[in-house]
Design a protein around this ligand. Structure first.
Ligand SMILES: Nc1ncnc2c1ncn2[C@@H]1O[C@H](COP(=O)(O)OP(=O)(O)O)[C@@H](O)[C@H]1O
Ligand SMILES: [Mg+2]
Length: 256
């Protein structure tokens, strides 16, 4: 069963997206299997964030098909794009977690409330259940003593670990990270990358946009190199970094 269709958590087919006249995604095909860690690399402006935003319902595509956890978010049949109904979209949203570059914690909520809010109000957990989940995750992130603090009293690295705990709390099928360490200095980056590495060991399915090349090489199963709205090259992480095939990939990697 290991290569059955059911093992595919995310499937994006022929995705197109423009902003006005600017074509940002120009026919992207991406499949992510259960337990797989996929790193997306590439120069700034290449469409990486837009791709994640389309996968996570923050942007609408213009064309193509997206399936998450077996549910069809959108499809294009005979050239006509349609999105699923609101109820299905809500279900799809509960299947993934999202971690942004700038943490995006609610500044007026404590750490604990940042993590429990969606559990209680979206996932309908009791307060006690939500707090148990929250405490377990804060332990795992080494942040249990910060439960009652506000985000502004935490370092960037701690805030990002809270944001990862929040993403994990709802037990998602897949987590998307958009440059999770690019707002952090090298010391704090290490702590966040260690947490993501541990999640990879636990076989959490993850898509990570990153500029940390050695991290991508060592932790990802597969690397996708995007430039100009297309996937230029993809392959097993180690092979892509050490032996890129396309000239454009070679040039990009030479900068690291
Ligand atoms: N909401 C938007 N409106 C207009 N242009 C946008 C918007 N979001 C992104 N873009 C443009 O799309 C291109 C790709 O951006 P982005 O997906 O953020 O790339 P990356 O994450 O790879 O740096 C850039 O030229 C960017 O300016
Ligand atoms: Mg980006």
């Amino acid at each position: 069963m290991s290569d059955s269709k059911n093992d595919i958590v995310l499937e994006m087919t022929d995705i197109h997206k423009s902003f006005e006249k600017l074509e940002v995604l120009n026919g992207i095909n991406l499949q992510v299997r259960k337990g797989e860690v996929v790193a997306i690399i590439g120069p700034s402006g290449g469409g990486k964030s837009t791709l994640l935003r389309c996968a996570t319902t923050l942007e609408r595509v213009d064309y193509g098909k997206i399936v998450i956890g077996g549910d069809v978010l959108c499809d294009t049949i005979s050239g006509r794009l349609s999105y699923c109904d609101k109820k299905t979209e809500k279900e799809i949203r509960s299947k993934f977690g999202l971690v942004f570059q700038n943490f995006n914690l609610f500044p007026h909520f404590s750490v604990k409330r940042n993590i429990t809010e969606a559990l209680i109000h979206v996932h309908k957990k009791s307060k006690a259940e939500a707090e148990t989940i929250c405490n377990n995750l804060l332990m795992k992130m080494g942040l249990i003593e910060k439960a009652d603090e506000y985000p502004c009293n935490l370092s960037g690295g701690q805030q990002q670990r809270v944001s990862i705990a929040r993403a994990l709390a709802t037990n998602p099928e897949i987590i998307f990270f958009d440059e999770p360490t690019s707002a952090l200095d090298p010391e704090l980056t290490k702590g966040v990358l260690t947490v993501i590495k541990d999640l990879a060991k636990e076989k959490m399915t993850m898509v990570i946009v990153t500029h940390e090349m050695s991290f991508a090489r060592d932790v990802a199963d597969r690397i996708v190199f995007m430039d100009g709205g297309v996937i230029v090259e993809e392959g097993p992480a180690y092979d892509l970094v050490t032996n890129p095939q396309q000239q454009r990939t070679k040039e990009f990697l030479a900068g690291y």
